[in-house]
Design a protein around this ligand. Structure first.
Ligand code: IVH
Length: 694
C-alpha cells in the first residue's frame, strides 16, 4: 500500500512524463515510447487517482480526451464532442465477456435474459476525423484535438480520394460523418523509401516516419496541401457527429449497423469485416477471427471495437467520464515494444545487399517473439543512432520484417563512452570476403561478387540459367535450391559438371527429367555473347546493355579488359555501369568463372569491334529532379552521360536543361528563377535520339 505522500510524488512524476510523451506524440508526431508503455504509465496514474481522488487535478493527463490543438490551424468547436472509447486492458477473451457483463448489468438484464446485439468493428490505427457535409457537400474536416476543439484541415482532407467531396444519393441538410484517416502499410513503406532517398540525397529537412499512424497524422497536419496529396491517405467511416433528426429530413437509422450501411451508400469506405454479433460468445469469436487475419490486412489495427447496435440502447447506457458505456476497444498484442540491442550484425541478401540487423533480447511484439530487427542501412542506423546496449522500440506489423524504429531518450542521453560504437558497414562482404561497395547516390552496400558469394549463389544460378540468358530449360528455383543446399553446385561451372547419375539420384527427380536436363544443359552451351554477358548478372548490366557491349567490343576479352573510359564510349553506358563492369572483372575469381565456363564448352560467335560512338550531347549540362514517368533516375543519368552530357546535382547558371518529373521541388523553382530550360522525360528522350534540334 502506498502512502498518500508517496502516491502524490509518483502521480506528479507520472503526470510530467505523460505530458512530455503526449506532446511528442500528438503535437510533434514523433513518439519516443511505444503506445503500450504509454498506456502502462497512464493506467498507473489512473489507479493512483482512483485510490486518492484528490490527486485527480483538472490538468491531469487522465482528464484529457486526446491530443492538443496545434497553432497554425483554425480551431473548430465540435458540435457534438468527439469522445474516446474505453480500452479493455484484458486482451484475452475475458475482455469481451467483461464488457458484455457490464452492458447487461447497466441495462438491468437478467442472467437468462436476451442476448445483447452488438456491431463488431476494426480498431483502425490512424487519426479520428470529423467530416461535415451540408446538403451533401463536404464543407469542413476537423481533427479530434482535445475532443471539444479540433483543427480545421479541410483543404488537406479534400486530397484524400476515399473521402467523397459530395455524398451519393439523398443527403440530409446536415450530417457529420466520423472515421479514421490512416495510411496503408504499402503506402507507408513506399513513402519511407522515398523519404530515405531524399535524406540520402542531402535533403536535411526530411524525416523517416516511425509508423503509418504518425505518417498519416503528419500528412494531415501539413500546412501545404500539395505535400498531403503526395502522401496517400485512406479512410474508414465508423461514427456520427451532428445530424439533422429523422423528423426533419435526416436519415432514419435505428442501429449502428444501419448507419454504417448509410455511410457506405453515401460513398464512404466501411471495413468489410464489420459484423453483427449476439452476446459475449460471438464477440470473442470476432476477436479471434480478426486476430488471425490481422497480419494479412493491408493496414494496421490495434484491436477491435464492440458497440451496442441499437441507438436507443446506446442512449439509455449513456457515458461515464467522457467515454460511452456502449462501446469498448478490445486490443491485440502491441505492434511496438521496448527491448535491448544485444548485438549488430551484417546480413547479406540474395541480391548481395548488405543489411545491418539488430540482435535483440527476445520480445513479444505483433503476436510473435522477435530476436532480430532490421536497421535498413548504414545511414538509417546512424540517423537513429542505434548502438549495442541501447533500449529500442521494435515494430512488427503485418508479415513484414521487424524493424528498429528508434532508441529511447534514456539510452541516447548516455555519455558516448558508455555506449557501443556507431554502426559502420564493412568494406568486405561478411559471407565471401569480396569487396563491398556503396555506389554513388545509393544507400546500400553490396557485395560485388555475385558469382562466388554463398549468400547469392541461388540467385546467380537462376539468373544465368534464365530464358533470356543462356536458357537452361527446366532448371527452376526448386531444383536450384535443392542442388545448392545439397552442395552439388557452388559456382556456375559446377552446373555443367552435373551428370545424369547425380541428377537422377535427386529426390523427386524422374529419370526422364534428369535426361531432359542433361540435354538442356548441353544445348545451353551454344549461346551468344550478349546472353552470356547478361547471364553473369553484373549489376546494372541488363539485356540491352549486354547487347550494346557485345556490339561495341565484339569480343568478351575486350570487354573484360576495357578501361572505364573505353566502356563509357558504348551507347547507353554511363559511369555507374562502367564502374560496375570494372569492379566485376577486377575480381580474379569472376574471371576464373568465365574461364571455367569456356573450358566447359560454352561458346558464342565473336565479332569485330564497332566504330566509336559519337557524343552528340558533349558540352551540355543536365539536372534531373522529381520522379520521371518511365525511367529511373540512374537510368536517365546513364543515358545522358553516355551521349556525352554532364549530369549535375544542382541547378546553376551553367545548367542547360532541367529534366523535371513528378513532385519536382526546389530545383524546379531555381531553374525557373534562373531561366533554365525545363523539359520532361519525353523531350529528354527526343534530344537523346535526335540531338538538340531547336
Ligand atoms: S468509435 C464514442 N470506432 O479509437 C466512440 N473509434 O479512443 C468514438 N478508432 O478516437 C470512437 N477505430 O480514433 C470508434 N471502429 C472504430 C474505431 C475508433 C479506431 C479510434 C478513434 C477514436 C479512438 C477511440
Amino acid at each position: 500500500m502506498t502512502t498518500r505522500d508517496e502516491a502524490a510524488r509518483e502521480a506528479a512524476a507520472l503526470s510530467e512524463q505523460l505530458h512530455k510523451h503526449a506532446h511528442l506524440y500528438y503535437v510533434l508526431d514523433a513518439p519516443a515510447l511505444p503506445d503500450a508503455e504509454y498506456d502502462k504509465l497512464f493506467q498507473r496514474l489512473q489507479a493512483l487517482e482512483a485510490e486518492y481522488p484528490e490527486l485527480r487535478t483538472p490538468d491531469s493527463p487522465t482528464q484529457r480526451v486526446g491530443g492538443k490543438v496545434l497553432d497554425g490551424f483554425t480551431k473548430v468547436r465540435h458540435k457534438v464532442p468527439m469522445l474516446s472509447i474505453r480500452t479493455e486492458t484484458d486482451i484475452t477473451p475475458g475482455g469481451a465477456s467483461a464488457f458484455d457483463a457490464r452492458v447487461r448489468k447497466e441495462l438491468g438484464l437478467a442472467e437468462d435474459g436476451p442476448q445483447v446485439e452488438y456491431v463488431c468493428e476494426l480498431k483502425f490505427d490512424g487519426l479520428a476525423m470529423n467530416l461535415r457535409y451540408e446538403n451533401g457537400v463536404l464543407v469542413q474536416a476537423a481533427t479530434r484535438g482535445d475532443g471539444e476543439v479540433g483543427e480545421e484541415v479541410t483543404q488537406n482532407i479534400r486530397t484524400v480520394r476515399e473521402i467523397p467531396l459530395k455524398l451519393n444519393g439523398k443527403a440530409p441538410p446536415v450530417v457529420e460523418v466520423r472515421g479514421e484517416v490512416y495510411m496503408k502499410r504499402a503506402d507507408f513503406d513506399a513513402l519511407n523509401e522515398r523519404q530515405r532517398e531524399k535524406i540520402a540525397a542531402g535533403q536535411k529537412n526530411e524525416k523517416v516516419f516511425v509508423n503509418p499512424r504518425n505518417a498519416a497524422a503528419g500528412a494531415v497536419r501539413q500546412l501545404d496541401p500539395a505535400i498531403v496529396a503526395a502522401r496517400p491517405l485512406s479512410f474508414f467511416a465508423y461514427g456520427l457527429g451532428e445530424v439533422t433528426p429523422a423528423s426533419e429530413g435526416g436519415p432514419d437509422c435505428p442501429t449502428q449497423f444501419d448507419w454504417l450501411q448509410q455511410f457506405h451508400a453515401w460513398g464512404f469506405p466501411v471495413a468489410t469485416q464489420t459484423a453483427r454479433a449476439k452476446g459475449a460468445i460471438e464477440l470473442i469469436a470476432f476477436h479471434e477471427n480478426i486476430g488471425r487475419q490481422r497480419d494479412a490486412l493491408p493496414y494496421d489495427i490495434d484491436g477491435v471495437v464492440y458497440k451496442v447496435d441499437s441507438v436507443e440502447l446506446q442512449r439509455q447506457l449513456g457515458f461515464v467520464s467522457r467515454e460511452p458505456r456502449w462501446a469498448v476497444a478490445h486490443k491485440y498484442p502491441a505492434q511496438e515494444q521496448l527491448t535491448e540491442v544485444l548485438g549488430i550484425e551484417i546480413q547479406v541478401g540474395r541480391t548481395g545487399k548488405l543489411t545491418p540487423v539488430a540482435k535483440l533480447a527476445p520480445v513479444f511484439v505483433g503476436g510473435v517473439t522477435v530476436t532480430n530487427a532490421t536497421l535498413h542501412n548504414e545511414d538509417e542506423a546512424r540517423r537513429k543512432d542505434v548502438r549495442v546496449g541501447d533500449t529500442v522500440i521494435v515494430r512488427r506489423a503485418g508479415d513484414v520484417i521487424p524493424e528498429v524504429v528508434g532508441v529511447v531518450p534514456e539510452s541516447l542521453a548516455k555519455p558516448d563512452d558508455q555506449r557501443g560504437p556507431v554502426v559502420t558497414m564493412p568494406h568486405q562482404c561478411p559471407v565471401c570476403g569480396s569487396v563491398a561497395v556503396r555506389e554513388e547516390a545509393e544507400v546500400d552496400y553490396r557485395c560485388t561478387d555475385g558469382l562466388f558469394c554463398a549468400a547469392q549463389r541461388k540467385e546467380a544460378i537462376l539468373h544465368f540459367a534464365a530464358r533470356r540468358a543462356v536458357d537452361v530449360d527446366g532448371l527452376g528455383d526448386k531444383l536450384v535450391e535443392q542442388l545448392v543446399d545439397a552442395n552439388l553446385i557452388r559456382t556456375l561451372p559446377d552446373l555443367y559438371k552435373l551428370g545424369f547419375t547425380t541428377l537422377a539420384g535427386l529426390d523427386r527427380m524422374a529419370e526422364k527429367s534428369a535426361m531432359n536436363l542433361v540435354d538442356a544443359l548441353e544445348a545451353s552451351k551454344k549461346t551468344t555473347l550478349p546472353r552470356f554477358l547478361f547471364g553473369l548478372g553484373i549489376r546494372h548490366v541488363g539485356e540491352s546493355t549486354a547487347k550494346d557491349l557485345a556490339k561495341h567490343f565484339g569480343k568478351l576479352d575486350a570487354i573484360m579488359d576495357a578501361t572505364e573510359e573505353h566502356l563509357l564510349e558504348v551507347n547507353d553506358v554511363g559511369p555507374v555501369v562502367a564502374q560496375s563492369l570494372r569492379t566485376f572483372f577486377d575480381q580474379p575469381h569472376n574471371r576464373e568463372v568465365v574461364e571455367q565456363l569456356r573450358a566447359c564448352g560454352l561458346t558464342w560467335e565473336e565479332g569485330e569491334p564497332a566504330a566509336r560512338a559519337p557524343k552528340p550531347l558533349a558540352g551540355l549540362t543536365f539536372v534531373i529532379t522529381g520522379t520521371l514517368p518511365t525511367l529511373g533516375r540512374d537510368e536517365a543519368k546513364d543515358k545522358l552521360e553516355a551521349a556525352g552530357a554532364k549530369v549535375a546535382g544542382s541547378v546553376s547558371k551553367k545548367t542547360h536543361y532541367l529534366v523535371a518529373g513528378e513532385e519536382a521541388g526546389s530545383k524546379l523553382d531555381k531553374a525557373r528563377e534562373l531561366g533554365v530550360a525545363v523539359i520532361d522525360e519525353a523531350r529528354m528522350l527526343e534530344i537523346l535520339e535526335n540531338g538538340v534540334t531547336e
